[in-house]
Design a protein around this ligand. Structure first.
Ligand SMILES: *[C@@H]1O[C@H](CO)[C@@H](O)[C@H](O)[C@H]1NC(C)=O
Ligand SMILES: *[C@@H]1O[C@H](CO)[C@@H](O)[C@H](O)[C@H]1NC(C)=O
Ligand SMILES: CC(=O)N[C@H]1CO[C@H](CO)[C@@H](O)[C@@H]1O
Length: 377
């Protein structure tokens, strides 16, 4: 009897795993190909790639890509100030990248998009901050009523999860470190949107922080990831049940929060309440893995860096590389938002786009590891 029971349980477990495997192929959009959509005035920004999936999802891919390209993984996230200064976080390292990643710590680059040929410049960081362990991920800026600019950076020192708050000192091209935030409700932070000088919403892309448990929860499709609101007085889960919550951003009027659920191919529109609670307003289903979200400040449109075929991110084949796709969503609050493809490429020019950001008719497209594209719209 004991053996029969054990065998039945094993059978059920295998069936479940098989079903989860097929579901994973679907979640990764394993069989989708893209049609090219070109933009006329683009050039590559040399020396910068941008990547933004979680470590677990990309560790294999980035490792392979680095081996193949002989390059260091590039920037992770971009945030552009209203005056055209763009910030990039660079040098995210993941546990399994240990031996490949150089000892060079991460950093924050800045680029002035008002310049004719903008170049990225590394910002100095004030003494006292542990630069050697700097491992930056999602970033966000907040401008206070006195025009102070705060830069919020998700950090993974020794693969832990913290949020660092810096004050940007423009004349010195430097960042003054103000605060490190750690919290049990921030076990696997991916991206962040600042809503006050010490206040933010953040996505957890996993429920667990242990790498093996992360793998398991993703594979089993548990939908345990969430969005957390943090302030010095109150920290709370404000939305949950995401497959893998990734990019997060806010509407120009600050009334709505947008969250990209990468493996569910969804963008969630959440209404923000005075007590900072969120309630879900709608979910936009797309046919692609949605990574980082940015807002076009002139129109409020949402720009999405997407992976049309996530499988190719895992199983990297230089002859059949991952493609790129950038979507623009107009009138996201309306009954029928318009979704247009701004850019799509089969990987011959740009592989694995993860972020697209627009400023004054200029579009920056970043990728997981590959390159960054700078286009005049
Ligand atoms: C909203 O927030 C309050 C406190 O900030 C909390 O006690 C309450 O449970 C939340 N309500 C909902 C519906 O989540
Ligand atoms: C990608 O498209 C280009 C033409 O647009 C074509 O030459 C190339 O073979 C395609 N590559 C793949 C991997 O499909
Ligand atoms: C390019 C871009 O807009 N990236 C965004 C990724 O998500 C963070 C958090 O919402 C934004 O601050 C970045 O701007």
């Amino acid at each position: 009897m004991g053996r029969l029971l054990a065998l039945s349980l094993l059978g059920i477990a295998l069936a479940l795993l098989g079903e989860r495997f097929l579901a994973l192929r679907n979640r990764l959009k394993a069989s989708r190909e893209v049609e090219s959509v070109d933009l006329p005035n683009c050039h590559l920004i040399k020396g910068i790639g941008l990547y933004s999936l979680s470590c677990v999802a990309t560790e294999f891919y980035v490792t392979r890509a680095q081996e193949l390209a002989g390059e260091e993984a590039g920037a992770e996230d971009i945030d552009i100030l209203p005056n055209g200064l763009a910030f990039f976080s660079v040098g995210l390292k993941c546990p399994s990248l240990h031996s490949f990643a150089p000892d060079k710590p991460g950093g924050i680059l800045m680029m002035d998009l008002n310049e004719e040929n903008p170049r990225a410049l590394e910002l100095r960081i004030s003494r006292g901050f542990n630069l050697a362990l700097f491992n930056p991920h999602g970033i966000s800026t907040f401008i206070d009523s006195d025009d102070t600019v705060y830069l919020f950076v998700v950090n993974h020192p020794e693969f832990k999860n913290t949020v660092e708050i810096f004050k940007f000192e423009e004349e010195e091209n430097s960042l003054l470190h103000l605060k490190t935030i750690k919290h049990e409700l921030l076990p696997s932070v991916n991206d962040i949107i600042a809503v006050g000088p010490e206040h933010f919403y953040a996505t957890n892309d996993h429920y667990f922080s242990d790498p093996f448990l992360k793998y398991l929860e993703t594979y089993l499709n548990l939908h345990w990831t969430n969005v957390v609101y943090y302030s010095p007085n109150e920290v709370k889960v404000v939305a949950e049940g995401f497959d893998s919550a990734n990019g997060i951003n806010i509407s120009p009027d600050k009334k709505f929060i947008y969250v990209a659920d990468i493996l569910a191919h969804e963008i969630h529109v959440l209404e923000k309440h005075p007590n900072m609670n969120l309630t879900q307003l709608k979910v936009l289903k797309l046919d692609t893995l949605v990574d980082n979200l940015s807002i076009d400040p002139s129109s409020g449109d949402v720009l999405v860096g997407c992976h049309p075929n996530g499988q190719k991110l895992f199983v990297y084949d230089p002859k059949n590389p991952p493609s790129s796709e950038v979507l623009r969503i107009q009138n996201i609050l309306s009954e029928k938002p318009t979704v247009t493809t701004v850019y799509a490429n089969n990987g011959s020019v740009l592989q694995g786009s993860s972020v697209a950001s627009v400023y004054d008719k200029k579009l920056l497209i970043g990728t997981l590891y590959h390159r960054a594209l700078y286009c005049e719209l």
